[in-house]
Structure formats: structure tokens, C-alpha cells
Design a protein around this ligand. Structure first.
Ligand code: NAD
Length: 448
């Protein structure tokens, strides 16, 4: 079977590589010429455990191909997945321009039956727009060719994306066509051989399921952060509370960790987009508005802890930052709390020594981009990207941990204590033991 995947980002590349691994002949398409050229040379644009190997192997076996021209493969393939970005507009709604560009291109060039499957996260009603867009192009050409659309939201998580795609908890498919159902059943069966868990539903429900899933997870995070902040005030320990409630089977232990807020490319934009969809439909999603508000404030929690100790003016202070990626095992820094706190520290006059095992190149590029923005008064030359955690902590007045990379879990605290100017550790992911850190002579504070 031959398929095309349009948009070769986190979702498109992982999906393409995994389908190829199952024996499907896949062409990944992207308008980013550099990305495609690099992929053909074996250079992977993102860090994702296991991905490089699977891409390389399937490219060599000629099951995985890369092109910038959808037209080259369009009429050789029946099924086309669209995994282009849906970034937020100014008002929080999802920007559908890339999704509709793909539909337009398909409608203008198809000569035989197509099933267009939207994998991107899109608001309810998008499949209808996609269908209309294809139809308009066919009408312009004065021809009639059968086609179907389907919604197949993707639930993979960055950092474990290959495993998630290869063994999904479930696959959600929204479609109104028997033929689409058959084609997608055929494509997903190899992933779910022993326990077929493709949930077929109507298209609006499939589109909504993705937003509801991300919003639920974001809600758990903000809920725990809110409880953590209250724990600090009243003298309770949120780690104990988490254990206490997580053992209740109705609640479950996952996604109950307090920290410095959620970031990444999905939760922030998807929560905003769902709030916007509700507003457009005359409904206020008050719970999600609060989830967003709590998260916005939580991202600054470590900065506020420093202000409490040092005041607003941090000139002459050096802050070590451990972890820049929004979570471990990815180089994704979109909406990462570390980057947002970094900005605040620089504005307050502090110097920064930052380390991340993978996300330094992405962070450097981000700071270079910000430095070129007009009216940006921040002095990014005060950020030093360190060689390792020890280099970052050297002569620092405080150490802030943002990402729970495994290699941060058991540092040699005696070495760090000697090299820091002031042994203050603020743990934004609660990975260290409070009593142990105190015993080692650190002024230590976690979240909650
Ligand atoms: P991304 O930004 O990494 O990749 C999108 C790619 O689409 C880019 O490479 C871009 O050049 C390409 N593109 C844009 N217009 C194109 C066109 N007309 N033709 C060909 N290529 C085009 O995005 P991503 O993180 O992979 O996310 C894609 C979608 O999947 C989004 O809707 C996102 O919300 C959703 N999603 C993302 C994740 C995740 O963990 N990143 C998980 C689940 C769902």
C-alpha cells in the first residue's frame, strides 16, 4: 500500500517512519526544502528517541521517501494524511491555513479517488471546510472525482513518540464513509494485531476528542499546581498528597505532578483553541479558562521564589538553569517554562548559565531570533550555554531545575556545593529529596 504524509514535523515524520516500518510505502512531503534535503542525507530535524534508526532503515529499504512536491506522488496514492501545523492565531483560535492549503492542492491536482485524513489537531468543523475546499477546486476544474475526508487525531507524545505510535492506547477515527473505514482499518491493523482498538466515530466527535484529551491532561496539571501552591501556604506536602490521592483508582496516579507549569507545542495552544471554539459558539469553558490562568502564573513560580529572596533587581546575580526543553527526551522548547523564566531573569538584570542535554541548539536559535526583534530591550549576551550541569552551576547564586532529564537526577552535590557562590536550589519538578538536600547543606525548595 502506498500513502503520502503531508507535513514532515514531529507528527508527520514519526507517523511516516512507523507506517514504513510496518511495510507501507510512504512518501513524506514538506514545503521546507532544507528539511527534505537534510532528511534525504539522513539528517533528522528533531530529537526523538528511536526515530533516527527507524527513518534511516526504512529510507534505505526504499519504503520511506521524501519530497517537496505532493504532485509527484499524489496520483499514485489513495490515502493522504495531513500532519501540517495548526499554530494559534492572535485570538487563540487554530490557524487552518496550512490544512486548507493541502486540501486546495489535492483538489486542484487529483485525477482519481482520494481519502484525505487529517492528523493535525483541528477544531470541530474543519473536516467540513476541508471537504468544501477540495470540492471547490474540483468545481473550478469542472470535473467530478470521488473523495472522502476523515479525522484521525494523533495522540503521540514527544519524547516517546515512536513507542506511542507503534503501540497506541487507541486510534480514533472520525469518518462517514465505509471505504475510508476499510482503508484505515487496513493501515492500522498491524499496530493493533492482538487487541484492535480503533475507535470509529462521527467526524465532529473525533475532532473534539483530541482537544478534550489534551484539555483533561492540562487540567490535571493545573489542578495539582494549584493544590501545591496552597500546600506551601498551609504547610502540607504536595508529594504526599499526590500519593494519597493517586492511589484512588478513580483518580489514578498519572499526570498528578506539581511543577513549573506545562509548555510544549500542544497543551497551551489546544487549551486556547478549545476555549475559543466555545466562545465562538456562545459558551464559556470556565474550567479551562482557569486551567490556563493557573498555568500562566505557575510558569513564573521559580522566578517569584527568587524575587522573594533577592527583590526585583537581580543585577550581579548569576542563575544556573538545568533543562530548557519543555519536557525530557525532546529538543522542543516551544512555550517552555525555562525560556520564559530566562527572559524574566534577564530583564531583572541577572546573568544566566544554562544547560540542557539536547535543547541548546534550539534555544540558541530562539534567542538569536528574539535578539533580532525590534524593540526587544533584553540583553541575550548575558546567557552562557554551559557544557554540562557542573559548568552551569559554577559560581551561580542559585540553581533552577526546569526539566527532569534522567541525567539530572543524581548529580555530585558535593562538587556543586563547592562551585556555587550560594547553595540555593529551586527544583521546578520536585525530583530531589528535601531532607537529603538540606543535609547536604543546600537551601532547597521544590514546588508545594
Ligand atoms: P511541526 O511544526 O513540527 O510540523 C509541521 C510541518 O508541516 C512543518 O515541517 C511545515 O513545514 C509543514 N507544512 C506546512 N504547510 C505545508 C504544506 N502545505 N505542505 C507540506 N508541508 C507543510 O508540527 P507538529 O508538531 O508535527 O504538529 C502537526 C500537527 O499535529 C499540529 O496540528 C499539532 O497540534 C498536532 N499534534 C502534535 C503533536 C506533537 O507532539 N508535536 C502531537 C499530537 C498532535
Amino acid at each position: 500500500m502506498k500513502i503520502a504524509i503531508v507535513g514532515t514535523g514531529y507528527v508527520g515524520l514519526v507517523s511516516g517512519a512507523c507506517f514504513a516500518e510496518m511495510g507501507v510505502n510512504v512518501t513524506c512531503v514538506d514545503i521546507d526544502t532544507k528539511k527534505i534535503e537534510n532528511l534525504k542525507k539522513g539528517i533528522i530535524p528533531i530529537y526523538e528517541p528511536g526515530l533516527e534508526d527507524i527513518v534511516f532503515r526504512n529510507f534505505k529499504a526504499e519504503r520511506l521517501h521524501f519530497t517537496t512536491q505532493l504532485a509527484d506522488v499524489l496520483n499514485d496514492t489513495e490515502v493522504i494524511f495531513s500532519a501540517v501545523g495548526t499554530p494559534p492565531n492572535q485570538d487563540g483560535s487554530a490557524d487552518l491555513q496550512y490544512v486548507l492549503d493541502v486540501a486546495r492542492e489535492i483538489g486542484s491536482k487529483m485525477i482519481n479517488y482520494k481519502l484525505l485524513v487529517t492528523k493535525s489537531t483541528v477544531p470541530v468543523g474543519t473536516a467540513k471546510l476541508v471537504r468544501q475546499t477540495i470540492q471547490q477546486e474540483l468545481d473550478k476544474r469542472g470535473i467530478s472525482i470521488p473523495f472522502d475526508v476523515a479525522s484521525n487525531p494523533e495522540f503521540l507524545k514527544e519524547g516517546d513518540a515512536v513507542n506511542d505510535f507503534m503501540s497506541p492506547d487507541r486510534v480514533v477515527v472520525g469518518t462517514e464513509s465505509e471505504k475510508a473505514k476499510e482503508l484505515l482499518t487496513k493501515l492500522y491493523r498491524p499496530f493493533l494485531l492482538n487487541n484492535f482498538r480503533v475507535i470509529f466515530m462521527d467526524i465532529p466527535s473525533a475532532e473534539m476528542t483530541k482537544y478534550a484529551a489534551n484539555s483533561m491532561l492540562a487540567t490535571r496539571i493545573s489542578f495539582m499546581n494549584d493544590i501545591a501552591n496552597l500546600c506551601e501556604i498551609v504547610g502540607a506536602d504536595v508529594n504526599m498528597v499526590r500519593k494519597g490521592i493517586g492511589t484512588d483508582a478513580r483518580i489514578g496516579g498519572k499526570f498528578l505532578y506539581a511543577g513549573s507549569g506545562y509548555g510544549g507545542s500542544c497543551f497551551p495552544k489546544d487549551v486556547k483553541a478549545l476555549i475559543h471554539t466555545a466562545q465562538e459558539n456562545g459558551y464559556a469553558l470556565r474550567l479551562l479558562q482557569a486551567v490556563e490562568e493557573v498555568n500562566h502564573s505557575q510558569k513564573e513560580v521559580l522566578f517569584r521564589k527568587l524575587v522573594k529572596r533577592w527583590g526585583e533587581d537581580m543585577s550581579g546575580k548569576t542563575v544556573a538553569i538545568w533543562g530548557l526543553a519543555f519536557k525530557p527526551n525532546t529538543d522542543d522548547i516551544r512555550e517552555a517554562p525555562a525560556l520564559e523564566v530566562m527572559e524574566k531573569l534577564l530583564k531583572a538584570g541577572a546573568e544566566i548559565r544554562a544547560f540542557d542535554p539536547i535543547a541548546i541548539p534550539a534555544s540558541k536559535a530562539r534567542l538569536e531570533f528574539l535578539a533580532q526583534q525590534k524593540n526587544n530591550g533584553t540583553d541575550y549576551s548575558k546567557v552562557y550555554f554551559a557544557n554540562d550541569i557542573y559548568d552551569a552551576a559554577d559560581e551561580a547564586d542559585a540553581l533552577l531545575l526546569f526539566t527532569e532529564w534522567k541525567e539530572f537526577r543524581m548529580p555530585s552535590w558535593n562538587v556543586i556545593k563547592k562551585s556555587m557562590k550560594n547553595p540555593l536550589v529551586l527544583d521546578g519538578r520536585n525530583i530531589y529529596d528535601k531532607a537529603d538536600m538540606k543535609e547536604q547543606g543546600f537551601d532547597y525548595e521544590g514546588i508545594g
